[in-house]
Ligand binder design. Structure first.
Ligand code: DC
Length: 236
């Protein structure tokens, strides 16, 4: 095989990693999912793994939770424990708060990072992973890093609408307050706090629809990272 062919083959075999970080309610999970569908990559939401460990901790205590975390099954970004899909329960704000508490513990972060890296190893072509420290700590040499932001009020409004749609009767003020607290906790913790990766594409989504944000990202990839589209065989 010629050197150039070998290089092309190696490029093809290398997994693509795209990180999407941002604060609670920024829309990072929605965007990561849409982007993964466009690029035909696997999508993983790391916050959900923190939430699943919070669920286990609430039921079994921390020590056992870390042990049981090995038994979590993650399939197509859905989380199962002993055959039960935990997703609906995990989306609750109370679980998000507990996940934020848990995420300050070194052993919990190590466990979640291990699970994520195993999944990234397993996927075929690559992964779009969303969270808080994906571009800074978990996958510092990711091919593309994106940071999605939005004003506190807008993020609270999104969470409020989502909850109202589910028939819950929580107020806008409840979300304003809980997200304010979660922002402080996630960005001030000692290990792996929420930070904007210096080499990321920063998008303020406050007055943008998810489709507009996606378009901005796709344009960025087309112009700045065309080799990724080539290696994925995707024509946008
Ligand atoms: O994205 P989310 O709201 O589902 O995440 C829940 C909590 O998990 C978040 O408040 C902090 C923690 N988390 C983290 O510390 N690091 C990540 N990469 C993802 C989430």
């Amino acid at each position: 095989m010629k050197k150039s062919e070998r290089k092309r083959k190696q490029e093809k075999e290398k997994k693509i990693i795209i990180t999407v970080d941002g604060p609670a309610g920024s829309g990072k999970t929605t965007i990561a999912k849409m982007l993964s569908e466009k690029l035909k990559l696997y999508h993983l939401s790391s916050g959900k793994i923190y939430r699943a460990i919070a669920y286990l901790e609430m039921n079994y205590g921390l020590e056992k939770a870390l042990e049981l975390a090995e038994k979590l099954k993650i399939r197509k970004n859905k989380i199962f424990f002993e055959g039960e899909n935990l997703d609906e329960y995990l989306s609750k704000e109370e679980v998000g708060k507990r996940a934020s508490d848990m995420s300050e513990i070194k052993e919990v972060r190590e466990k979640v990072n291990k699970i994520q890296k195993e999944i990234a190893e397993r996927v075929k072509k690559g992964i779009v992973v969303d969270g808080r420290d994906e571009g800074t700590e978990v996958f510092p040499s990711a091919n593309i890093k994106i940071f999605i932001d939005a004003s506190l009020e807008e993020r609270a409004r999104r969470k409020y609408l989502e909850s109202a749609q589910k028939g819950e009767n929580k107020t806008f003020e409840f979300f304003l307050e809980t997200i304010r607290k979660r922002d402080a906790q996630d960005s001030q913790r000692a290990i792996s706090p929420l930070r904007i990766p210096h080499d990321s594409l920063y998008i303020d989504s406050t007055s943008k629809t998810p489709e507009e944000v996606l378009e901005e990202i796709l344009n960025f990839i087309k112009i700045q990272k065309p080799e990724i589209l080539r290696s994925l065989n995707v024509d946008l």
